[in-house]
Design a protein around this ligand. Structure first.
Ligand SMILES: [Zn+2]
Length: 162
């Protein structure tokens, strides 16, 4: 295993690099929290390009403490005034229980991994509503950004408002 292919690609990328001197704000004023799932193209699905948005990803697209830290920085320092929270259909975090995931990974690891939490999601819609409330009621975010929740359909590419 090595990184050679990626570093080769990086040198090609740098040949036409166009963000030199850019200060790293969200040019379109957008921040999004979404899942790490490789079926999701966070910029492409919103018609955005590099430089337009701050993107925070984790398994399930959850509003965690770290996500809130990122969103506070976004609204105060990085031009963010619209926040989207975007979990998706057929997410691995919604299709199995914590026990099932532990069993599966323990089997693969050859050791009991019950100590590793994965924060699986029982009810995606209810979890999203709770996550949206966490953002809207945050004392440093609430008034400064519009907050929207959407479920991304990995089979159609469409965002469905919640
Ligand atoms: Zn997912």
């Amino acid at each position: 295993m090595s990184f050679d292919d990626l570093l080769d690609a990086n040198r090609k990328f740098a040949e036409s690099f166009s963000l030199k001197g850019f200060d790293g704000i969200a040019k379109a004023g957008v921040a999004l929290v979404t899942c790490m799932d490789s079926r999701i193209d966070p910029l492409g699905m919103l018609g955005l390009k590099p430089g337009d948005a701050k993107i925070f990803r984790n398994p399930g697209g959850r509003v965690t403490e770290a996500a809130l830290e990122a969103l506070v920085l976004g609204v105060y320092l990085l031009n963010v005034d619209r926040i989207l929270v975007i979990p998706h259909t057929r997410c691995a975090m919604t299709s199995q229980t914590e026990d099932e995931l532990h069993e599966k990974i323990s089997g693969l690891a050859g050791t009991n991994v019950a100590w590793q939490r994965f924060h699986v999601i029982d009810d995606q819609r209810r979890t999203l509503l709770g996550d949206l409330e966490k953002v809207r009621s945050h004392p440093l975010i609430g008034d400064r950004a519009e907050v929207g929740g959407f479920i991304y359909d990995v089979d159609t590419g469409l965002l469905n408002p919640v």
